[in-house]
Design a protein around this ligand. Structure first.
Ligand code: AMP
Ligand code: ZN
Length: 138
């Protein structure tokens, strides 16, 4: 548990939350400032700041809850779709430094959106990045 982490406090029960699901390692609760009714957060109970701080098995165990949780959130909000969002770092929009997945129910005309400013690679840029990322993974 990290001192001054609100999600650690929620995970330990020190802070109240609208908990929709809980097991030994994970918890899901309603976002206090929802983008849409039913906006839910899924967290590991253990403190990790970024997804890159987690191991593959811990990410697997956490994300394994997503399909069932997503289905319940969609069906009980009568949503037509769902965004799953996971921010890492302040520049990405992460405001709580404890890993969490957002489950955001979507409905036609809800006004939510994401600035998807699709770009283009400069000549050779994609190939250079491809090589670098593949090498980092090897
Ligand atoms: P992010 O910007 O990705 O770090 O998302 C953090 C989310 O946590 C925001 O959507 C907040 O509304 C939500 N949040 C912050 N404090 C609480 C809280 N005490 N209970 C539930 N949700 C919270
Ligand atoms: Zn924490």
């Amino acid at each position: 548990m990290a001192a001054d982490c609100i999600f650690c406090k929620i995970a330990s029960g020190a802070l109240p939350a609208m908990v929709v699901f809980e097991d030994a390692d994970a918890m899901a609760f309603l976002d206090i400032a929802p983008l849409a009714p039913g906006h839910t957060l899924l967290i590991p109970k253990k403190h990790y700041r970024r997804i890159t701080d987690m191991t593959a098995p811990t990410v697997s165990a956490l994300s394994a809850h997503l399909p069932r949780l997503a289905a319940a959130v969609v069906s009980e909000t009568n949503a037509s779709g769902l965004n799953i969002l996971q921010n890492n770092g302040e520049v990405s929009g992460q405001s709580v430094d404890h890993v969490h997945f957002h489950l955001i129910p979507r409905t036609e005309g809800d006004g939510l959106g994401y600035r998807w400013n699709a770009g283009r690679y400069a000549s050779g840029q994609a190939e250079a990045l491809l090589t670098r990322i593949r090498t980092a993974l090897s």
